[in-house]
Design a protein around this ligand. Structure first.
Ligand SMILES: C[S@@+](CC[C@H](N)C(=O)[O-])C[C@H]1O[C@@H](n2cnc3c(N)ncnc32)[C@H](O)[C@@H]1O
Length: 194
């Protein structure tokens, strides 16, 4: 498990950068991004047990799960990412991902949406100046919400989203589900202001 107070030290090999993914689901995006960025220490967080099993099955050969050690540049945070965020030092992350977060479309549940003023302040605190936070969503309510909330803050540059997956982004299970069901994802790239 990564060490919240000193994320670089949580990896068994030295890493030059640290990335965090919040809510990795089946883990395909986390594995894809870790492979694309071999110099990076990748922290993948998820609260859903099936997701944790799915990621482990991608990382560890079948039958070796019990004594398995994750790859040296990969760590799993099997709890609420907000706990980790709260404990991470200032400017300790080089990139973050929030891919297809739970949309909580009912207005009375808006407080549960991850893109929320309180979490935005935490994200801004832990990301280095110039670091990128990638967010994707296919849900119209969430798309409108992100546009509004990110339009009302000044910690990140928040240009309009791409409507096709940008190069260098990895596919996810929920993205595939969105395409199958005829929805159109937005892909935002937010940059931490200096
Ligand atoms: C809609 S799924 C998307 C999964 C994956 N990112 C994808 O695109 O296929 C959202 C995931 O975020 C996880 N999640 C929600 N809140 C979380 C939190 N606070 N910390 C970590 N994971 C969280 C959920 O358990 C769920 O697996």
């Amino acid at each position: 498990m990564a060490t919240p107070k000193n994320p670089h030290a949580g990896f068994s090999d030295a890493v030059s950068r640290v990335f965090l993914e919040i809510g990795f689901g089946g883990g395909e995006h986390a594995v894809g991004q870790a492979e694309l960025n071999p110099d990076v220490g990748y922290i993948a967080s998820e609260v859903f047990e099936n997701g944790l099993c799915s990621l482990l099955s991608r990382l560890v050969p079948e039958g070796e799960e019990e004594n398995a050690v994750p790859p040296p540049h990969f760590r799993i945070w099997p709890e609420d990412a907000r706990i980790l965020l709260r404990d991470l030092p200032d400017q300790s992350l080089d990139q973050a991902y929030l891919m297809f977060p739970d949309p909580w479309p009912k207005a009375r549940h808006a407080k549960r949406r991850f893109v929320h003023p309180e979490n935005i302040v935490q994200m801004a605190r832990v990301l280095k100046p110039g670091a990128v936070w990638r967010v994707a969503s296919d849900h119209p309510v969430y798309q409108e919400w992100v546009t509004e909330v990110m339009g009302n803050q000044d910690l990140f540059d928040a240009p309009p989203p791409a409507t096709e997956r940008p190069e260098g982004w990895s596919p996810t299970r929920y993205e595939a589900k969105a395409f199958r069901e005829g929805r159109f994802p937005f892909y935002w790239t937010f940059t931490r202001r200096p």
